[in-house]
Design a protein around this ligand. Structure first.
Ligand code: XIL
Length: 319
């Protein structure tokens, strides 16, 4: 039987997974699953500013290089995640020690160095991640404080200068279906486009945690972004129930939802879906803050012993 990857390759669909550098290095079965079952890879953490910047003037590209080289050796595409974000900034980075202008120059140097290094190997970037707050206002981050909304304009322009061929994305969570937050994201990207910012697409993270977006509404949402001339990708999908409310047929319902979301992608011409991890044992939900108390910890396509779940089969069938 063909692997998931072979099915995805056959219909020119990018089926991706978030990859952890340490697991890839240490665990042979993890490595085999990544390369046989997926044709696209997103570094789960290695390209974020914190891991990349041990000190103000240095970079550590060890993990990022390893992931990018692995992808190239296995003919997988790479989604670069992420250049500008409020989370996972370096420990040493105390924004109040810097003037607005220093922050601006620091960010420019960072964006240009990282995009430049991977010019030939990373064709898609999440340039800005999660700039919109849950209530739809602009999130007040260090970048917003220093530069206002223009920080997005500049980040996209800097990335575009260094790699004009890359597809540059705005990425966010909770904006998967038509709702207040996706309305705000829609307004934001419309303003960016009006200002001539080189934005190519919108990434819908699709962390379905507790509440799952309605697949029909996801399709409607995708279509309105596409109508602006943008591409849309599903960039970080995982599917969990509220803790303690897992029905008996949880795995089947999860599978059905994965299939329905993929169907919505295929109907609307979305050509990329990334799951946020490979197997349940390594899902971020099990280790992030209090998520393990809030949600069930088996959100992915492979179980904790790396066996394909009903969700795996649903994705295969939908493809
Ligand atoms: C998560 C990683 O999976 C964790 O390992 C890390 O500790 C925190 O970040 N939205 C994003 C991702 O854009 O970068 C986050 O990844 C999950 C939520």
């Amino acid at each position: 039987q063909d692997s998931l990857r072979e099915v995805a390759d056959g219909r020119a669909f990018d089926l991706g997974t978030a990859v952890d550098a340490a697991a890839l290095r240490d665990d042979v079965s993890y490595r085999d699953t990544v390369r046989t079952e997926f044709n696209a890879l997103t570094p789960e953490n290695a390209l974020k500013m914190g891991p990349l910047r041990p000190s103000l003037n240095t970079y550590d590209f060890t993990d990022a290089d390893a992931l990018v080289n692995f992808a190239r050796a296995n003919d997988m595409t790479v989604r670069g995640h992420t250049l500008v974000w409020h989370n996972q900034t370096p420990e040493w980075f105390q924004p109040w020690d810097y003037t607005d202008d220093q922050l601006r120059r620091f960010l420019r140097e960072h964006v240009q160095t990282v995009v430049g290094r991977y010019r030939r190997s990373v064709g898609t970037w999440d340039v800005v991640n999660e700039a919109v707050a849950d209530d739809g206002t602009m999130r007040e981050t260090v970048w917003y404080d220093a530069m206002g909304e223009q920080y997005l304009d500049r980040a996209f322009e800097w990335a575009n200068e260094v790699n004009p061929d890359a597809d540059l994305y705005y990425n966010d969570y909770g904006a998967d279906a038509v709702n207040e937050k996706s309305d705000a994201v829609y307004d934001l990207v419309e303003r960016l486009l009006d200002r001539g910012v080189p934005l190519d697409g919108v990434g819908l993270q699709l962390h379905a945690l507790g509440e799952w977006p309605d697949p029909d509404s996801v399709a409607e949402n995708v279509r309105r972004f596409q109508a602006l001339g943008l591409d849309v990708q599903v960039t970080e999908m995982d599917v969990a129930f509220p803790a303690g409310e897992e029905p008996d047929d949880a795995l089947e319902r999860q599978a059905e939802f994965y299939g329905d979301v993929l169907d919505a992608c295929l109907d609307t011409g979305v050509d990329t879906l990334v799951t946020w991890g490979v197997d349940d044992a390594r899902s971020w939900i099990r280790s992030f803050r209090d998520f393990s108390e809030r949600y069930t910890g088996d959100p992915l396509l492979f179980d904790e012993r790396n066996r394909p779940k009903p969700a795996y089969r649903a994705v295969r069938e939908a493809l």
